[in-house]
Design a binder for this molecule. Sequence first.
Ligand code: GN1
Ligand code: MG
Length: 372
Amino acid sequence: MAIIEDKLPSTIEEILEAYDLQGKMTDWSMIHTGHINRTYIIYLANGEKRLLQLINTVVFKKPLELMDNAMRVTDHIRAKIKEAGGDAERETLSVFFTTDGKNCFCDSTGEYWRFYNFVENAFSYDSIENEEIFFRAGAAFGNFQSQLADFPGETLFETIPAFHDTYQRFINLKTAIEKNAAGRKDEVKAEIDFVLEREADTKVIVDLIKKGEIPVRVTHNDTKLNNIMFDAETKMPICVVDLDTVMPGSALYDFGDAIRFGASTAAEDEKDLSKVSMDINLYKTYVKGYLSTAGKSLTKSEIDYLPFSAKLLTLECGIRFLTDYLDGDVYFGTSYPEHNLHRCHTQFKLVYDMEQKMDDMIKITQEVYNNL
Ligand code: GN1
Ligand code: MG
């Protein structure tokens, strides 16, 4: 994806008209936390705010299927929240419909747009402020998984096929190396070697799933800390957002990806690698939070592979950043030319660090599980 600029789309008037909002927008701003969809806050004359999102159709090739998934998953969660006596309006995202009753709008340039409600008095964390926050994040993602435990996964569209098939990601990297589309191959020899040495790891979870040793569940698949909205006052999780990759998958993907991002001592694009490591206390905190809500429903083999999944999902994400760097930054949003390479470096540093800490990670996971 090209470097993202702060500007309104040229078709904004059409978009507003489709939602009967023409003449009602007083201001706008952009949110830059996601790497895929472009997100705006639209301020309306009546004081209301709404989230406007451009669906990235390079990444999500079938936006209508994506919206169908999102609608049905949020309906399911809304019903669960009501059953539990919660505030369903605040605890799930709601899509606004166009005046002709559609859940998204295709503009005259072929781009797809959607409007969500803006959750007031809420924010997301890009890094961990204190351990308790990470415990709450773990509990929230575990709870999300439980809410979807009885969702009929076979009815969901696969919005990105083989999304967490790490071996496929490895093959994609090899293809990118061969193509060398951006002419950057010679620059990243060490990074490529780092991955080649770990080829066997990339097959572990996909093989366990194929053999039926790890169950397929409906999972979120993008459990970055900043995909949870927290209440500004209580600092309690309100809702899990970014449901575009909710698909059949493994609990290990959700656990591993949350550790990858949240247990790191530095930002995903930190340039000073001496600042990057996996905080073992944060690891323990997340295990406690996640298992407090999801633990009882996990199988023995899932528990056994939790520590490995943290390393694997981090390796996978690093492989994806490296692949995109080789491809010429066509997938992830970037702010400068080496952005994907710097992201790749932090991920590989974390992988290396987790390898050193793996024995402790295994011990901690078993201890927390045994004390449930
Ligand atoms: C993307 O959109 P965002 O920033 O939540 C990506 C994830 C990666 C993540 C890395 C659909 O997530 O898979 O783990 O960037 N989402 C998609 O930060 O590819
Ligand atoms: Mg996101």
